[in-house]
Design a protein. Structure first.
Length: 61
C-alpha cells in the first residue's frame, strides 16, 4: 500500500467515524471497555488463578 492509499484510507475512516451519531460512538466505547483480558481470553482462567495464588502467598492485595 503506498503512502497516498494509506492516507486516503485513514481519511475515509476518520470521516466515517465523525459522521456516526453520538449514541453509536458511546456504544462502541462501552463495548471496548468490556472486552476480556488477553490472558483470560486466550489461555483461560489458569493464568489468573496462578497470579492470585502467588499474590496471596507473597501477601500482596
Amino acid at each position: 500500500m503506498s503512502g497516498n492509499d494509506y492516507l486516503k484510507f485513514m481519511t475515509e475512516q476518520v470521516i466515517t467515524y465523525m459522521n456516526l451519531p453520538t449514541e453509536e460512538k458511546k456504544k462502541r466505547k462501552s463495548e471496548k471497555k468490556h472486552k476480556p483480558i488477553f490472558m483470560n481470553r486466550w489461555l483461560g482462567m489458569l493464568p489468573f488463578t496462578i497470579k492470585v495464588m502467588f499474590q496471596k502467598r507473597l501477601g500482596h492485595n
